[in-house]
Design a protein around this ligand. Structure first.
Ligand code: NDP
Length: 286
């Protein structure tokens, strides 16, 4: 058996063109969707992510406002900037690029963003709303994973989903989204004993660890949907996921590649959340 490839790049392209149409419609009604991104310091990866977000916004017709600051920026100055953006009705989404310099509390910053502009979905109120099944902005990577499953016809209801990784960013929220769609969810992490015996039970296996090749064929049930969230930079400069792609694709039913899998979906979901915010909703579903 060879797995069906879940092509994140292709799904992202389709979703982005649908979003661009929605933006045109909003603009014709006098609403210009806009996203404010705050970037502090000179981390090259962060600068590159922010440029990627800027470009994607531009292509979709979303106005992006990037506020770049030196790493010497004080926490109260950053909080004051967030307050200004919170009050600016022409700004629909606000995102603060992480990581922040050590002297700034990430929690204080995330909690300062208005809940209805929190398009990254990291505000504790949005996390709480997600758990309690209320409308919320969902974190972009987990939401992107759910869209990929939906596009591929993989229905979570009644399935056993195993999530390897329990970060606030990826593992926990993707497990919650799967649970909300009636999957039976198991979380694994660095203290899990006999990982393979658990992951082999998974109909849907999410690998969100950040360790190259850690999921091999022995971790996978035949026919499972395997979603590789990991992004690992190899010595040769290439990107690799957490899954041994070549071997696992012979056993899985569906598989995502790295690159070209979950990655392109993450920014797409940021655009999705921003368009939803511009519509005054926490979901873009009509
Ligand atoms: P974190 O480092 O925050 O979390 C990693 C998780 O993996 C932790 O829960 C950790 O367990 C668990 N873990 C570590 N070692 C093992 C092990 N040997 N067995 C089982 N579990 C283990 O990472 P993130 O969640 O932020 O990101 C995960 C990966 O996804 C990274 O490669 C990151 O680059 C990538 N990523 C990709 C995105 C995309 O758009 N494609 C977006 C965001 C992230 P414990 O809690 O016990 O420490």
């Amino acid at each position: 058996m060879t797995a069906t490839l879940i092509n994140g790049k292709q799904i992202a392209t389709q979703l982005r063109s649908e979003l661009a149409e929605q933006v045109t419609e909003l603009v014709s009604k006098g609403v210009q969707p806009s996203l404010a991104v705050i970037l502090v310091g000179d981390d090259p990866a962060s600068h590159s992510y922010v440029r990627g977000k800027e470009k994607a916004c531009e292509k979709a017709g979303i106005l992006s406002i990037v506020k770049r600051h030196p790493s010497s920026l004080k926490e109260d100055e950053l909080l004051a900037e967030i307050d200004t953006l919170n009050e600016d009705s022409s700004v629909h989404g606000i995102l603060v690029q992480m990581p922040l310099p050590d002297h700034i509390s990430e929690n204080a910053v995330l909690e300062r963003i208005a809940v209805d502009k929190d398009v990254d979905g990291f505000h504790p109120v949005n996390a709480g709303r997600l758990i309690t099944g209320k409308d919320s902005f969902k974190p972009c990577t987990p939401l992107g994973i759910m869209k990929m499953l939906e596009f591929s016809g993989v229905e979570p209801k009644g399935k056993h989903a195993v999530v390897v990784g329990r970060s606030h960013l990826v593992g926990k929220p993707v497990g919650q989204l799967l649970l909300n769609q009636d999957a039976t969810v198991t979380y694994c992490h660095s203290k899990t004993n006999d990982l393979a015996s658990i992951t082999r039970q998974a109909d849907i296996l999410i690998a969100a660890v950040g360790r190259v090749n850690m999921i091999g064929v022995e971790h996978v049930k035949p026919g499972a949907a395997v979603i590789d969230v990991g992004i690992n930079r190899l010595d040769n400069g290439k990107l690799s996921g957490d899954v041994q792609f070549d071997e696992v694709q012979e056993r899985a039913g569906w598989i995502t590649p790295v690159p070209g899998g979950v990655g392109p979906m993450t920014i797409t979901m940021l655009l999705y959340n921003t368009v939803a915010a511009a519509r005054g909703k926490m979901s873009n579903e009509s």
